[in-house]
Design a protein around this ligand. Structure first.
Ligand code: SF4
Length: 363
């Protein structure tokens, strides 16, 4: 039976890149190195990451972006990451994304006009103080919405700290856009699942009753990452039939019923550190497969398997490849940089407030 895949996810494919493209990237990168800083997300293919000056998850890359003073930042990741780098850097620095179609399926599930509608509807029925939080995997417009309304950004590495901050500051919390990261973080914080509700955009009161919203402590936007949602509890049962001793590591964007079955749950950085620190040699990992393969390369003495099949890749992350990276570097060298990411002036102030709040909270 052929498997159906929704937008943003596909079975993992190993790509063979042309040597002359890789040689050309190396040559140009050396020639313009004075002016260039290349950032690479963990979910990129190894033939892209080999040219990165810094590799990490969204949070680490945001920090690297702040510290780099080079005039050109080439972001090998997706659109919202390049936007964050643009917001966090001074006006003279130029951020480029090698392929402008490299968006994020989850970020696309949260339109700013729907968030404004939610805010207006909630304000009509809830007198208490509500703090909005957005996962960094969201557009600059959603970050601006959150910053304007007293909230903050978080990543999967610091969501627990940002939750604690928000619950101290307000009576209720709205979490956008990842329902699973929100749910998993709330449960780890000790919040009763009966106090969590999902807000479905486009439906009156997000498809809830006014009473349910008044009772709720956390209101979770109903969106998800199509890559991480593919991993199911049945995959754990299946892999344990072949490897009874195997341990499971899962990203916090995975479904809560999968997180429950995992020995290690966290951000990409936390998964990497957890596997390194563990004496256990055999792991199945539920996250984007380029990263799972990179963990295997980092710890060759261990056996690191995808939790399901040959693993899944994020199709928009995969749009960044040696060809698009080379074209971007050539454009910088020719003095006509292309694929510049520049957040609209009307959004900058509030989006930056939300990002800086996260930096302060997690410091
Ligand atoms: S892996 Fe998921 S959350 Fe990350 S960029 Fe792809 S769709 Fe977005």
């Amino acid at each position: 039976m052929t498997q159906q895949f929704e937008k943003g996810v596909a079975p993992y494919t190993v790509r063979k890149n042309k040597n002359y493209i890789l040689d050309e990237i190396k040559k140009i990168k050396t020639e313009i190195s004075e002016d260039l800083f290349v950032l690479g997300h963990y979910y990129q293919q190894s033939d892209v990451l080999r040219f990165a000056d810094a590799v990490g998850d969204s949070y680490l890359l945001a920090r690297y972006a702040v510290s780099s003073r080079k005039p050109y930042l080439v972001f090998c990741g997706v659109h919202f990451m390049a936007e964050s780098a643009d917001l966090l850097n001074d006006d003279k620095q130029i951020v480029l994304l090698p392929d402008l179609n490299a968006g994020c399926a989850m970020a696309d599930m949260a339109a700013p006009e729907d968030a404004e509608k939610m805010w207006a509807e909630l304000k009509e029925i809830i007198p208490e103080k509500i703090i909005p939080i957005t996962y960094i995997n969201s557009s600059a417009a959603i970050k601006a919405f959150v910053g304007k309304n007293g909230g903050a950004v978080c990543t999967s590495a610091n969501a627990d700290k940002v939750f604690a901050w928000a619950l101290e500051k307000g009576d209720k919390l709205i979490f956008l856009p990842d329902r699973y990261l929100g749910w998993n973080t709330a449960l780890a914080y000790g919040i009763d699942p009966d106090l969590l509700v999902h807000w479905t955009p486009g439906r009156p009161l997000g498809a809830n009753s006014a009473d349910a919203l008044r009772k709720a402590k956390i209101i979770l936007w109903n969106a998800y990452c199509s890559v991480h949602r593919r991993f199911l509890p049945g995959d754990v049962i299946k892999i344990k039939e072949s490897y009874p001793e195997i341990k499971i590591a899962a990203h916090l964007e995975c479904r809560p019923d999968l997180i429950e079955l995992s020995h290690l749950a966290g951000s990409t950085s936390a998964i990497l550190k957890g596997i390194e620190a563990s004496n256990h040699e055999l792991w199945a990992v539920a996250t984007e497969q380029h990263f799972v393969s990179a963990i295997q390369d980092t710890f060759p003495q261990k056996t690191i398997l995808p939790l399901a099949g040959s693993g899944y890749e994020c199709t928009t992350m995969s749009l960044i490849n040696p060809d698009s990276l080379l074209a971007t570097l050539q454009s910088i060298q020719s003095g006509q940089p292309k694929n510049i990411i520049r957040v609209e002036d009307s959004l900058r102030e509030h989006a930056l407030i939300a990002l800086k709040r996260m930096m302060e909270i997690s410091n």
